[in-house]
Design a protein around this ligand. Structure first.
Ligand code: DX5
Ligand code: ZN
Length: 242
């Protein structure tokens, strides 16, 4: 199921991925149903360990609880110091994609290969200050790059445009690589991210701080559509800055 779900993620793209960081944890089943009804097709789960990042969130029990309530692919963003220690339990809990941070590991290529051996898709994430060169050795072993547009750790931070340059560079060098952006994505920043070549847009505040998830996602989808790359038939080619 897990590798097959990579096709479901690719098919959904370009897409908004709600980040379950600001949702109502007292009603996860209801939140998942509301997000699906609002048009979400992939969920982004932010796992933080209080060590790699100063914040703590949740881990396997929440992932397995969500798994029981949805068939949507679960894209798990591991903001943890030892991703390999928890990769197996996360797969058992029902994760479809595991994204680790390049800053957290000594050998990113080996980490990616070992996660892939577990039968799931693999992403590698990098923080705004981390240069793209840090990904060189591992790119052959990953399905997706997550370009952080805020320092990993907290929702509600301001978008850092350095992410746009990284997306443009990755898109021009690797036309088929799945690209994701995470942090400070809203109706004004999502368009430039799409124009820079991004496929998957993680959104926390701009969905969960609005009452109407469907209206929030459709506003974001409209911006994705109107800022597509030049070869995107759905795009009107407005590009960065429009
Ligand atoms: C930040 C997390 C994000 C976060 C995004 O470390 O990885 O997924 O929830 O939240 P917003 O959209 O509020 O920046
Ligand atoms: Zn995230």
């Amino acid at each position: 199921m897990a590798r097959a779900s990579l096709e479901a993620i690719r098919d959904a793209a370009p897409a908004v991925l709600p980040s379950l960081l600001l949702c109502d944890f007292g009603d996860l089943k209801g939140e998942v149903a509301k997000l699906h009804d609002a048009g979400a097709r992939v969920l982004h789960l932010d796992v933080m360990d209080g060590h790699f990042v100063p914040n703590m969130t949740y881990a396997m029990p929440i992932v397995s609880g969500l798994r029981r309530h949805t068939d949507m692919p679960l894209d798990v963003h591991l903001m943890i110091s030892d991703p390999l220690k928890y990769a197996g339990p996360m797969v058992d809990a029902g994760a479809d994609m595991l994204t680790f941070h390049v800053e957290a590991v000594r050998d990113a290529a080996e980490t990616a290969a070992r996660i892939r051996d577990l039968g799931v898709s693999v992403g590698v994430a990098l923080n705004p200050e981390t240069p793209l060169g840090s990904l060189r050795e591992c790119l052959a072993n990953v399905d997706m790059v997550l370009v952080m547009s805020v320092e990993a750790g907290f929702g509600g931070q301001k978008f850092n445009p350095i992410a746009l340059e990284k997306l443009q560079t990755l898109r021009s060098e690797f036309p088929d690589l799945l690209l994701q952006i995470d942090g400070g994505i809203d109706a004004t920043t999502i368009g430039p991210a799409r124009a820079a070549g991004c496929d998957l847009f993680v959104v926390g505040s701009a969905i969960f701080k609005k009452g109407d998830y469907k209206a929030a996602i459709s506003t974001l989808d409209d911006q994705i559509r109107s800022h597509g790359p030049p070869n995107d038939p759905d795009s009107n080619d407005l590009g960065v800055g429009n």
